[in-house]
Design a protein around this ligand. Structure first.
Ligand SMILES: [Zn+2]
Ligand SMILES: [Zn+2]
Length: 410
């Protein structure tokens, strides 16, 4: 219990200094008032082994961080890449990076303005790129390039002091965190990655704002810079691809072409705003896109699979001067080809995009969902219980999830 008492003392000191009128209202009150000392989390041990549910010590937030009671966590291909050993990541780790939750504790010495913005009991959504707020890129407003996030979280599986917040109950061994390690009953998130969600938005559906919709928004707003009337092709209609379709419609795109190899996904794509669909198993996707656009090619093509073949198709689908936006993560070391002379002569722009900017963009996504411009309900096709997390990833791996699935951790 030693680790409780240190933060308790710090909090009492801070509370006494900052607010003598409500000395027990903040921070560690969750624990002080008899909250749990342990929690469960879904652990990835090594490639192609099933996730197991393990008991953990309750994670402790540090300065600028918030402990959430996790409510829902989306099921995303990036986790699957890690679980299949295609993207190297520190292990054992808790995967899951697309979450909603309730604020239950603030890290000691956290800025009072952060505590005011995210009070105890607040409903929040977390972005998978968790900006540190003070590195070279964060100070330029480019949260999506945060150095600390890539150097610590993606490279080492920790938060930005180089340490994980997750320790097994059985032996105290550290377990790493893919983003916040969202497939657990509680998670620690840097406050800069969070945005409040209103009561009108449900926890389960809103989870996808933190990765699928977030990634799609970054591609549309920052990489493609979609304008009214643009024509757009989206290759790969999974959770991110279908979010791209919805945002293309919200941004006022004219022709919205969905490309996939499953008719079921293409059928659903029409609900998300696709004006045309192309089954790339039955037709030549590039030829068909050119045909739909009067021989020109689209203004913007988005590749949401992370596959060298569709990478090439994406660059071939855009008109002269068009933008080919790449958002699908591939196997580590995968190489994409592009016709160099066409790229040079016809000014093809190939743009990579990884997520969006949490502090600027996440509140906008919440608004889009709140006003119905982005339909969260239609985006979620399946819900799993926490105990079924392993099954959820198996289903994702088999391609049997249309749109996005969410694990509910109530
Ligand atoms: Zn994701
Ligand atoms: Zn940063």
């Amino acid at each position: 219990m030693a680790f409780f008492s240190r933060s308790l003392i710090r909090n009492l000191i801070r509370n006494t200094i900052s607010s003598s009128s409500k000395p027990f209202s903040s921070s560690s009150s969750y624990h002080l008032n008899g909250g749990s000392s342990y929690m469960r989390g879904a652990v990835f041990w090594e490639p192609n082994k099933p996730l197991t549910i393990e008991d953990f010590h309750m994670p402790r937030p540090k300065v600028g961080e918030i402990l959430l009671k996790t409510k829902a966590c989306g099921v995303c291909h990036s986790d699957l890449h890690v679980m299949k050993g295609e993207l190297p990541f520190a292990s054992p780790c808790v995967v899951g990076h697309e979450i909603t939750g309730e604020v239950v504790e603030h890290g000691p010495l956290t800025d009072s303005r952060i505590i005011q913005r995210f009070p105890l009991g607040a409903h929040v959504v977390g972005a998978f790129i968790m900006p540190c707020g003070s590195c070279f890129f964060c100070t330029k407003g480019q949260d999506d390039l945060c150095e600390a996030f890539f150097a610590y979280n993606r490279a080492k599986g920790t938060l930005y002091d180089g340490e994980t917040r997750l320790f097994l109950r059985s032996n105290g061994n550290p377990v790493f965190m893919y983003s916040m390690g969202g497939l657990a009953e509680y998670c620690v998130v840097p406050a800069h990655a969070l945005s409040i969600i209103p009561d009108s938005l449900p926890y389960s559906e809103s989870a996808i704002l933190g990765c699928a919709v977030f990634t799609a928004y970054g591609a549309m707003a920052h990489a493609a810079e979609v304008h009214l009337g643009d024509s757009i092709a989206v290759i790969g209609i999974g959770g991110v691809g279908s979010s791209c379709l919805q945002l293309a419609r919200a941004f006022g795109a004219s022709d919205i072409i969905a490309v996939d190899v499953q008719d079921e996904k293409l059928q659903k794509a029409k609900l998300f705003g696709a004006t045309h669909t192309v089954n790339a198993l039955k037709e030549d996707a590039v030829e068909k896109i050119r045909e739909i656009t009067g021989g020109m090619g689209v203004d913007i093509a988005v590749e949401a699979l992370g596959n060298p073949k569709t990478f090439l198709q994406c660059t071939q689908s855009v008109r002269d001067g068009g933008k080919a936006v790449m958002i699908g993560l591939a196997k580590s070391g995968a190489i994409g080809e592009v016709d160099i002379n066409r790229l040079v002569r016809r000014q093809i722009k190939v743009i990579g995009s990884y997520g969006a900017r949490a502090r600027q963009d996440l509140p906008k996504l919440v608004k889009l969902a709140e006003t119905g411009l982005f339909n969260l309900h239609s985006a979620i096709s399946r819900k799993y219980k926490f105990e079924e997390a392993g099954q959820a990833y198996q289903d994702l791996n088999q391609g049997s999830i249309i749109g996005r699935a969410v694990v509910e951790i109530m």
